[in-house]
Design a protein around this ligand. Structure first.
Ligand SMILES: Nc1ncnc2c1ncn2[C@@H]1O[C@H](COP(=O)(O)OP(=O)(O)OP(=O)(O)O)[C@@H](O)[C@H]1O
Length: 241
């Protein structure tokens, strides 16, 4: 069996005396869409940022396609698309300008760069706003610009921090369909507060509370532990509190 696309081993992050991520280990294989769930402040974003090389771990390791994110950051990032929380940077750039910039940073030139930008805008339905500065877009469109830059190089690993945050129901539906279309060939981690999203797109769910993994199971299996996923989530995260 091939090595997992994502390997997280005993990953820990401390901010001073506070432990935000506490000895987390898990792997994600191609074809898996891992839902990352947990209450506010549980450590989801910090874990994702460590995986993406934005935050340095205090202890433990993270690998993407076998490349250690600390020791081989450029090699690891080549295989990764990352959607951070919030809006993309460079608010004064147009959507197309920002994505062209992203394409160049990813090493594409000429018609190939143009094709990548075009495909990413089509996948995230951004064509109609392509000439608009990012700062003038609504929250949902900004989110989709972030998603477009994450997908542009068609990476085997996608780490998406609340990809549907701020989207209206139609856009949520579109982004979920996009995730499902991409799922078979990629390893994905998606954080969300929308529990119905877990059943809709995830093959597996990890619940994290106070920096620790408190459940790791298929969504249906998790749901079967109680009245519904909502109740199970509350029970799991209350126990850890
Ligand atoms: N740079 C930092 N310095 C100090 N504390 C931090 C820093 N970044 C995050 N934290 C703390 O670490 C904890 C985990 O934060 P994190 O953003 O990972 O949670 P989260 O699970 O993503 O939450 P949410 O669902 O609200 O996005 C929080 O208590 C947060 O205040």
């Amino acid at each position: 069996m091939d090595a997992p696309h994502i390997e997280i081993d005993r990953l820990t992050k401390r901010f001073g005396a506070f432990t935000a991520v506490d000895d987390i280990s898990f792997t994600v294989r191609a074809g898996e869409v891992l839902g990352f769930l947990g209450p506010n402040g549980a450590g989801k974003s910090t874990t994702m940022k460590m995986l993406a090389g934005f935050v340095t771990p205090t202890a433990g390791t993270a690998r993407i396609m076998g490349e250690d994110v600390v020791d081989r950051p450029v090699a690891a990032k080549r295989h990764l698309g990352f959607l951070p929380e919030g809006a993309p940077t460079y608010p004064e750039m147009t959507v197309q300008g920002f994505l062209r910039f992203t394409a160049r940073a990813r090493g594409y030139r000429g018609t190939e760069a143009g094709d990548r930008v075009h495909d990413a805008m089509r996948a995230t339905q951004l064509e109609e706003v392509r000439l608009q500065p990012i700062e003038t877009l609504s929250k949902g469109f900004k989110r989709r610009v972030g998603l477009a830059q994450a997908l542009l190089h068609d990476p085997p690993v996608l780490v998406l921090d609340e990809p549907t945050d701020g989207l209206d129901p139609n856009q949520k539906h579109e982004v979920r369909n996009l995730i499902l279309r991409m799922a078979p060939s990629k390893a994905m981690i998606i954080s969300t507060h929308i529990l119905e999203e877990v059943g809709a797109v995830c093959t597996r769910a990890i619940v994290i509370a106070r920096g620790r993994v408190v459940a790791d199971a298929a969504p249906a299996e998790l749901e079967a532990r109680g009245e519904n996923l909502d109740a199970v989530f509350r029970e799991l995260t209350r126990e850890a509190a």
